[in-house]
Design a protein around this ligand. Structure first.
Ligand code: ZN
Length: 144
């Protein structure tokens, strides 16, 4: 068996999402569409959300930017689709804590998302990793 360091494993997860983004594209119909960017890096993101009551039944994104911003957005869509607003918000807050170098809470619940933790070492990239999550939090405030 090939032994991989945790850093390498995390890198693989990020590259996989960058190369094969999940839930990429426009979502029609949608309830919320937000466009946000990260001028520090030039990352651009369009986020589409569709709700059924309190449940987030559809999440999709479009955009262009660095591998971390796009991979993080892809992971975010995969992770929060199907959650209710409260759960999705809690997950975004966990990620924000993790990226601030604090305890994220239940690491098992985060799954692959812990791969983003490696980014904490590169402060300039933290905004890249959080672009999708911050946009999601804003979108959740607009639940119809
Ligand atoms: Zn970036």
């Amino acid at each position: 068996m090939v032994r991989m360091s945790l850093d390498e494993l995390y890198k693989e997860v990020i590259l996989d999402h960058y190369r094969t983004p999940r839930n990429r594209g426009r979502l029609d119909p949608h309830d919320v569409k937000l466009e946000r960017n990260n001028p520090l890096c030039g990352d651009e993101l369009e986020l589409y959300l569709k709700f059924d009551g309190e449940d987030l039944v559809g999440v999709a994104f479009e955009g262009k930017g660095c591998s971390i911003s796009m991979a993080s957005a892809s992971m975010m869509t995969e992770k929060v689709k199907g959650l209710d607003v409260k759960q999705a918000r809690a997950m975004a807050e966990s990620i924000k804590r993790m990226m601030a170098g604090e305890e994220p809470g239940d690491i098992n619940e985060l799954g692959d998302l812990v791969s983003l933790k490696g980014v904490v070492k590169y402060p300039v990239r933290i905004k890249c990793a959080l672009l999708g999550w911050n946009t999601l939090l804003e979108g959740l405030d607009e639940v119809p």
